[in-house]
Design a protein. Sequence first.
Lengths: 101, 181
Amino acid sequence: MMLETSYYLVLAAMIFTVGATGVLLRRNALIIFMCIEMMLNSVNLTLIALARQWGNLEGQIFVFMIMAVAAAEVAVGLAILIANVRHQKSLNIDEINLLKW
Amino acid sequence: MSLSLLFFLLVGAVSLAAALGVVTSRQPVHSALFLLTNFATLAVLYITLDAQFLAAAQVIVYAGGIVILILFVIMLIGGDTNDFSAAHRAWSRTAGLALGVVLLLVISYSALSRMMAPTEDGAALLQGGTPKAVGMALFSDYVLPFELVALLLLVALIGALVLGRQPEGAGEGIPSVKANE
């Protein structure tokens, strides 16, 4: 028996909201990073649920591409964090403000 | 209540609890482990959605790769545990939570208001996201994006190498974050 797609969409919305709220609330750059990963994953869940609803593999191809881009993003993002720690000895985003106007 | 609904509720509750754990734990290591739990439960949900290949990829790429990378970085630079800086901005936590609630309502409304019932013939059309089906689609219709993604991964590899490289003459390794100032 197929479960309704809307259940999956609501769960994905909840996880996305938790991630977005985490980005707003936390000041540790690493945790903000993890929250962004979580938001990406909730969107993946949406894409897969809708791919099943429409009987179409394209959503799953999208998710594959998103996974590859997320892996690239993690590599570069963590390298930036390490470079920043080397430079500034801090992960607090209130202190990472070199580009602030 | 059917068995599949019960299973979904159980896995979804674990997933949501893990997501809340990522945001609320004070230690970054705990956050990373909650993130691992969240990824694993999402892989289970992918299987219930007939996406077997992506469930395997989720476990390999996210749980096996990304979380391990994040844990490595936490171990390298240490985490400051005192980052709830609501002390000097008391309004920021309230504002963040309020914005979160608004976002949840907006997303749920926009997702559910024009939701249509799943088409049974459509579901029959999709013969599951098995590695064979996904691979056939990936290497026939989507060869160009696939190659571009491979190029992107190469560029990201070089970029990470350049950014993380030790500068010449600075021979002291990676300093750790100041604890609890």
